[in-house]
Design a protein around this ligand. Sequence first.
Ligand code: NAP
Length: 523
Amino acid sequence: MAAASNNFVARLRALRLPRVCVAVIGSDAAEMVEKAESLVRDNTFLEFRLDYLPRPALALPKIKQFNEYHPHVVSIATCRRVAGGGKFRGSVASQLDILGKAAGAGCQLVDLELQSASRCKPEQLYRLRSRAALVLSYHDFRATKKLEETLEKMVAISADFYKIVTTATTLHDNVLMMKFLEKHSDQHSLIGLCMGEQGIISRVLGLRAGSVFTFAALNEDEKTGPGQVTAQDLHSTYRIEQVDAATRVYAVAGDPVAHSLSPAIMNAALRRETVNGVYLALHAKTLKDLLGCVRDIPIHGLSITMPYKQAILSHLDNTDSHTTKIGACNTVVRAQDGKLYGFNTDTAGVVRPLQQRMSLEKAKILVLGAGGAARAAVFGLKERGAEVYILNRTAGPAQRLARSARARIIKRADLKKLSFDVIINATPVGMGNTWESPLNENEIKAHYVFDMIYDPVETRLLKMAKAAGAEVIPGVEMFVQQAARQFEIWTGKPAPADEMMRVASKALEERGVTGHAKEAQKK
Ligand code: NAP
């Protein structure tokens, strides 16, 4: 029995199993194979999800042809039953029959879930294993628990690979999965990861913890598991092939973070400056959960976003005096000894784009808003000698900020009489497709108008400012410069700001953020 199976493992080792397997689905066999064809140039490891097809067995002649035509491709055949979380409605016997035929069609691996395998006779599994390497799989669609117990049940059945896929409901579930992989991957060939939006850590770092390979989606619309990352993102954004024990982990943490541009620009910067690092987006539902991961993974640097910029302060070992004054932290560094230090780089995000255009000494600057971003702007501008005015919807926060930063307050009624070198919008007014503006046309009298909002790229305020003859600074410049400063704090290297801007602009364009503005203009 062992001889037959070892043969396959030896063969697969010789093939050097790639680290990322792309799941391929389709509404019929032709579409599935067409998609596989479109992938093989960049991906040599595919999983045919036969259970997604209405009649899986009919696809096998096409898959055979495909495998013969692409001998360098390694493929897994999966025909998961509904009871195991798949779509196949047939019996265990017909599932085994399809997998056996898939092996005959050249699929070097077959995936069989524990629920089905437990109902098979040893000779049935032996027969299957004599034709292809067996991946015995287990999926938990609710939680990450009882990993040891599950493995114990699984190894009672002889297989070539044991695949355990759970669901992360906290970030810490990734730590559980990776510790489990680290502990057992020298005794068994394991594949382990957590599904769900919070499972991203295990999808990117699972390989270095001991998972033999991981899974990816063909594209955003064709995910076969919740939270699955596309093959393109795993390869080019996260550079998964290069993630090793020495790779430093950085992340943006907030709630929500799904649409953050930070992973795109930070990973591009790490790649450009050849830093062995990877940057993830972590949906942190609590700070406690996040801080546990910072310690256990460990995470070397964090970008902190809403709603934790203030709350993180009490968890830090130290902050610089500037951050203490602002009362908000958007950057955390984890030192060698595990201590956490906080910084605020939103100030650099405001000051740098302005300094590239003008001297701030004695510049007359109006800041709209008195929240966290406005505070970073006001303190930073005052420190550089600017004359700062604050206008806020509510009097109290504006008065407190003006008092502590030695800035002035103005009333909206006074705006028509005043002109400024710069007006900065630090309120959310105009965000998304609202097409609102914090100021009216006759209130915009400034040389430069800087909107912190970057969705849309051209806000209504900026459009009106342009029409009034002002030069405009879009919020994406702030976004890139605050990120550039974070990169410098973490790596000690100058940030490739131009490359970061190129990636941010492209990502915004792809998202159709500029489209929001166009739509709104039509209204
Ligand atoms: P925040 O702490 O919640 O402060 C929001 C400020 O806007 C408050 O002063 C609030 O006034 C005012 N405001 C809210 N809704 C308003 C309305 N309908 N009309 C008038 N004023 C209103 O938020 P924040 O963190 O400072 O962020 C402010 C903006 O900057 C957001 O749009 C954020 O996306 C943007 N930002 C951009 C970057 C970047 O990298 N480009 C970085 C940080 C922030 P009250 O005191 O009256 O509530």
